[in-house]
Design a protein around this ligand. Sequence first.
Ligand code: NI
Length: 237
Amino acid sequence: MKNTLAAAVSVCLLASAQTALSYEPGDWILRAGVVTVAPNSSSDDIALPTGLVAEARVDDDTQLSIIPAYMVDANWGVELLAATPFEHNIEARGKGAIAGVSLDAGSTKHLPPTFMVQWYPRGDVDGWQPYVGFGLNYTLFFDEDVDGELVDLLGDLTGGAVDGADLDLDPSWGLAAQVGVDIPVADQWSINLGVWYIDIDTEAKITATSAGAEVTTVKFDVDIDPWVYNIGVAYRF
Ligand code: NI
């Protein structure tokens, strides 16, 4: 096992040494793979009927990434993070008198296009090409759904005065930072590992309804602030 690992590492190092990356001004780099959005979420208190309080938590999701980048000169590039739509479940967790109680509150899809300006340190060492980036994210939420569990709870708490609910999440603009590395494996091809931290803050609005008519609306801020991980390949052309 140890020998196999050592052999694998030597092969990689050899491959690296023989296929040194040399991104040049005007090069395109297309990175693609799987990307996970892992929210580090927290929310304002959500006031439920009868004085109960909860908070919202958002779970992880993994999708396919496509991440074009362009080298504007030897050290500087620009990159756009794009992916198939993410879908996250939203959980409501009780606080205070109902601490420890949680239920499915709903779900949302989103697209988080993120534009980065990147710096590629260059040196005499052939091989791995690290980079850092700083940029701007826009996150658009859509297909927001309220789970039946939350509707049932609202119905119970209001003695049946609520029989439905809608969820709306505002779009978010925020800053993003990243680090990544391209590990060359063949001419033009690399393995890519990238991590972003993105500031995604949204205002959520839950409208409780009865026979389709609004009964009450609750608004609260949700900080999603995810770590985003990409593992894939990079192709230079
Ligand atoms: Ni934030």
